[in-house]
Write a protein that binds this ligand. Structure first.
Ligand SMILES: *Cc1c(COP(=O)(O)O)cnc(C)c1O
Length: 425
């Protein structure tokens, strides 16, 4: 089909048509998961009698905010958790995870990262690498790490670490790959880690960083034995509608501990006015399964297109997915920059902006980001981020709807052709 609105070279259009064809099997699987998750969310809304009155804003202390409290219950049911805290006042995913870690850990405890080095922004929270004031380390919380073994979680290594270090109080598992080429973990694989941990220690709190994972599969980590889980509302769980926020969910006693860190000891979840945010948080949760499906389709299409050009892509179009991230190994800095600049050209907001690599707070390498989003920094909207380091891989994610996401991916390829780093002849 000739494109009336965008100037797409015929060879690229032909490659895109072929990539779409190659995506169909994966699309069918995504469609089934989306439908399942959409019904799961809808039934939770209905069972909890969500009503217009829950959208009424509260101010001040926010005592007795029904909308806020019912949203917590709906969210917990959807996640297969006992309890949840869903708040616009949690400023980001890193903040949600920080509340969970500080909520449960006490001086003298040890945090064990079971799936290698955690996501970049958590290093300052833990207190490894660059010094950061107020880190867990400052409060006397120790840290141990078990790296991946041949790209798999090292179950024996995790068990050994638990035996060697009785002070481990919390085990950290990261579902998504973050900025690395290690595979993302499926919920089944997280279940295996949970069983391996429990075989050695019944009493540790198993925490999952669930960023980018929500609604990608039919179950969530809290439904397979994880004790606590956290994520961002400007990624999957906010459905592209939440304007900010984060969540924590899991076993009731741990969620309660988190509530005292989220506000204050003693007050916990009783306070925190929702202002006018409840409606968009409900609506975002309602849309989330569908929007995640659209993002997954965009990722599969990108894998098929760039895989077809000969780049290493991870996951491949037909591999099962555990998060919405698509890595494309572009191999050098000019290709990476051209890719991100092209993707920006397909954004509904700020398409005229040319992204450049910069020193982003919380990250050790320079990072380039393509993002033209309605919500600043929302990576459930089509976006690509890439640290400028080997292997010069672009990590792209999001797409509020497949049709626009597909075009963004095509414009990334067009930009590479125009910059002379990709040839389709
Ligand atoms: C995005 C992300 C985070 C941090 O979330 P922010 O909202 O950017 O603070 C943590 N862990 C993983 C795996 C992520 O993808």
């Amino acid at each position: 089909m000739k494109n009336l609105f965008f100037d797409i070279p015929p060879a690229l259009q032909a490659a895109a048509d072929k990539a779409l064809e190659a995506s169909q099997t994966a699309f069918q699987r995504i469609e089934r998961i989306t439908e399942y998750n959409q019904q799961k969310v809808l039934s939770a809304f209905i069972e909890h009698r969500v009503s217009e009155s829950h959208f009424v804003p509260t101010t001040g202390y926010g005592y007795g905010d029904r909308g806020r409290d019912v949203l917590d219950e709906v969210f917990a049911q959807v996640m297969g958790a006992e309890d949840a805290l869903v708040r616009h006042s949690i400023v980001s995913g890193t903040h949600a995870i920080t509340i969970a870690l500080f909520g449960v850990l006490r001086p003298g405890d040890v945090l064990l990262a079971a799936t290698g080095t955690p996501y970049d922004t958590l290093l300052g929270v833990i207190g490894v690498g660059a010094h950061s004031d107020g880190s867990l380390k400052d409060y006397g919380v120790g840290y141990r790490e078990v790296p991946f073994c041949n790209d798999r979680p090292d179950l024996e290594g995790i068990q050994r670490a638990l035996r060697d270090e009785p002070a481990v109080k919390m085990v950290h598992i990261q579902r998504s790959r973050g900025y690395s080429l290690r595979p993302s973990l499926t919920v089944d694989e997280i279940g295996e880690i949970v069983r391996a941990v429990r075989a050695v220690r019944e009493d540790v709190c198993i925490f999952v960083d669930n960023c980018y994972g929500e609604f990608v599969e039919e179950t969530e980590p809290t439904a397979v034995g994880a004790d606590l889980m956290a994520g961002s509302l400007i990624k999957n769980a906010g459905g592209g509608i939440a304007e900010n926020g984060g969540y924590i969910c899991g076993k009731a006693r741990y969620v309660e501990q988190c509530s005292y860190r989220m506000t204050t000891p003693g007050l916990g979840r009783e306070v925190g006015a929702s202002l006018g945010h409840n409606r968009s948080l409900y609506m975002g949760l309602f849309h989330a399964p569908h929007v995640v499906g659209e993002a997954l389709k965009t990722a599969v299409f990108a894998a098929a297109l760039f895989g077809g050009f000969g780049y290493e892509v991870s996951p491949t179009p037909d591999e099962p997915r555990a998060d919405i991230i698509q890595a494309v190994r572009l191999g050098d800095a000019p290709s990476l920059v051209a890719f991100c600049q092209g993707m920006q050209q397909g954004a509904p907001v700020d398409a005229f902006v040319v992204p450049e690599p910069w020193d982003m707070p919380g990250y050790d390498d320079q990072v380039i980001m393509a993002a033209g989003a309605f919500t600043a920094g929302a990576s459930i909207e089509l976006s690509a981020d890439a640290p400028l380091r080997e292997p010069f891989a672009a990590y792209m994610q999001g797409g509020l709807n497949f049709h626009s996401g597909k075009l963004g991916v095509m414009l990334a390829a067009r930009s590479m052709i125009e910059k002379g780093v990709l040839s389709l002849e």
